[in-house]
Ligand binder design. Structure first.
Ligand code: IPD
Ligand code: CA
Ligand code: CA
Length: 259
């Protein structure tokens, strides 16, 4: 299954790269003026699903643009055909394709492909995580003040700020710095690779985080909600780190929620 996921992610990723700057139709989603989708998102998803279906016609699928399939199967493919749509639509080359495989409710494999840097992140449960075939690990940074963090903001932030601004300001004041790449799947992949030391965000969807959560765990890091509860792709809070700064990050999150 991992090799099918890799084939699909690469084909879709190259398709995205070819089409940056050639988008014809941009629509808004869920009545949110910042939440955009183009025909390229949809075509990328169709390509991925057709590659999976050719090989596994009976598996279930949960994909961002077309939703949930009705298939009843132990295996579910979770797909974001373009993570970083806003960057893509503005010509910023920070986006990826991400595909994960859930079996009996557990994440068993994941792929993230960044066609611009030609970086392929892959993992199978229990076997580590690899970047272009080389095993990667989380960083060893042990204090928040020495940490480089990354986050993102929900599309409905104007209507529902949910302490996102307080958290951002508090992390700016307590860490080395905070980045905002615009692709949650790359954010998590970079935590797994030790490029970032920690990541937090709210209101993400299963397709944003499924592969990345597996990566961070397989790279030796820690993923929870903001209260140290078990991570889940279906929860609306995610805190991912190298493990060493996790408690310090959780304190900042708690303090922010209280303001
Ligand atoms: C978005 C990106 C972004 C995050 C948003 C996501 P999309 O996914 O992952 O980093 O902040 O909340 O929705 O819409 O580009 O697939
Ligand atoms: Ca996404
Ligand atoms: Ca997307």
């Amino acid at each position: 299954m991992l090799s099918v996921a890799i084939e699909a992610a690469k084909e879709a990723g190259h398709f995205l790269k070819y089409n940056i700057g050639r988008v014809r139709t941009v629509e808004t989603k869920n009545g949110q003026e910042r939440n955009l989708v183009s025909e390229i998102d949809k075509m990328s998803e169709e390509k991925i699903i057709s590659i999976i279906k050719r090989r596994y016609p009976h598996h279930a699928i949960l994909a961002e643009e077309s939703g949930s399939s009705t298939a009843s199967s132990d295996v579910k493919w979770i797909i974001d055909p373009l993570d970083g749509t806003t960057n893509f639509l503005h010509g910023v080359p920070i986006y990826c394709v991400t595909i994960a495989i859930e079996q009996k409710g557990e994440l068993v494999a994941g792929v993230v492909f960044d066609p611009n840097l030609d970086e392929l992140f892959t993992a199978e449960q229990g076997s580590g995580v690899y970047l272009n075939g080389r095993r990667i690990h989380v960083s060893q940074t042990s204090t928040l003040i020495q940490s480089l963090l990354v986050t993102g903001f929900p599309y409905d932030i104007a209507r529902n700020p949910d302490h996102a601004i307080d958290r951002f300001v508090n992390f700016l004041m307590t860490s080395r710095s905070v980045r905002r790449l615009g692709s949650a799947a790359l954010d998590l992949s970079y935590v797994a690779a030790g490029r970032f030391d920690g990541f937090w965000e709210v209101n993400l969807h299963p397709w944003d985080t499924a592969a990345g959560i597996l990566f961070v765990k397989e790279a030796g890091g820690k993923v929870t909600d903001f209260d140290a509860g078990a991570s889940s792709i279906y929860k609306n809070q995610i805190l991912a780190s190298n493990g060493l700064i996790h408690d310090e990050m959780m304190e900042v999150l708690k303090r922010s929620a209280a303001t």
